[in-house]
Write a protein that binds this ligand. Structure first.
Ligand SMILES: Nc1ncnc2c1ncn2[C@@H]1O[C@H](COP(=O)(O)OP(=O)(O)O)[C@@H](O)[C@H]1O
Ligand SMILES: [Mg+2]
Length: 287
């Protein structure tokens, strides 16, 4: 690992985190598909760049963000984008409080403000699901300025040096709009693929240490087939989702593997022909 990453790990992990935030420190476990991807993302984070993870559902984007935070032992504040996302859900809102018989206006800080002040991570999931007019409020937070003028309080906030932004998108997914150029421009972008081969086998072994060796081999063979057919264009990319595969394996320990594959993988696909292809491929391995 590059020296500047090691220095930052040393520095950041030796920091006191408020008790209330300790539950927001996640656990790691992300497996990098190649030798450099995870480290390159870490370098970008250490260099105080906002990072964008682009990849299909179940490719480990959330796990990756959690693993970065775990390495630095930093809490993560998450935002799930939708058309309803507004400035209040990002920055916070004003509220009325009673203090010693007096009525006061208080400001309840939202995830962006907390993460900036405390030096935590901000994870923005499905960033392309937000309305185009909501996110420009973050432009000054995301670029070299790393600051924000809170429109609700007038407070000028300069981000703590450990503050970092990690965003995730599932490009081309139904319901998403292409990401606004000015927003996209502020991120260093990484494509996050589904892991395969040895990495996938290691992951399965970690998740299911007691798994029957034959079932494991069958499931991994099926996973390779699904990936191949997605490359060939016969299946949609999500057919090879690692999340779905792990679900199928979990169910398969309690029911017929074919039914497990049907529920966890095939049924999620839109086309009848795709669902049939998955089952056909599964039958070649499960008999
Ligand atoms: N490369 C990977 N390393 C570790 N776990 C992974 C990886 N890819 C997928 N997973 C596992 O698959 C599941 C879905 O991952 P998640 O991070 O939620 O995907 P995404 O956010 O991309 O939809 C989790 O259980 C996660 O641990
Ligand atoms: Mg996710």
């Amino acid at each position: 690992m590059h020296k500047i990453i090691e220095q930052q790990i040393e520095k950041r992990t030796n920091r006191d985190i408020k008790v209330a935030y300790k539950t927001l420190i996640p656990t790691g476990g992300y497996k990098s598909p190649d030798a450099h991807l995870f480290e390159d993302i870490l370098l970008s984070v250490v260099l105080q760049k906002a990072v964008l993870l682009k990849g299909p559902s179940g490719s480990g984007k959330t796990k990756l963000a959690e693993s970065i935070a775990s390495l630095f032992q930093q809490p993560v504040h998450s935002i799930n984008c939708s058309v309803d996302l507004d400035a209040e859900s990002l920055l916070g809102f004003k509220t009325v409080v009673q203090k010693e018989g007096q009525t006061l206006i208080d400001f309840v800080e939202g995830p962006v403000v907390k993460a900036m002040k405390e030096g935590h991570f901000l994870y923005i999931d499905e960033i392309n699901m937000a309305k185009a007019e909501t996110l420009p409020i973050l432009h000054s937070v995301l670029d070299y300025r790393r600051m924000l003028t809170n429109p609700f309080t007038g407070e000028v906030i300069q981000a703590h040096p450990n503050f970092g932004v990690i965003a995730a998108i599932n490009e081309g997914y139904i319901g998403t709009t292409p990401m606004n150029e000015a927003l996209k421009n502020r991120f260093i972008s990484f494509s996050i693929p589904y892991i395969t081969g040895e990495q996938l086998q290691e992951l399965v072994e970690e998740y299911f240490p007691q798994l029957d060796a034959k079932l494991q081999q069958q499931m991994l063979s099926l996973a390779e087939d699904l990936k191949q057919q997605a490359v060939n264009g016969l299946l949609s990319e999500e057919a090879a989702s690692i999340r779905s595969l792990l679900d199928a394996i979990e169910l398969a320990q309690y029911m017929s593997p074919l039914r497990a594959i049907q529920y966890a993988i095939a049924e999620k696909l839109e086309d009848q022909s795709e669902r049939e292809l998955v089952i056909e491929l599964a039958k070649t391995w499960m008999g």
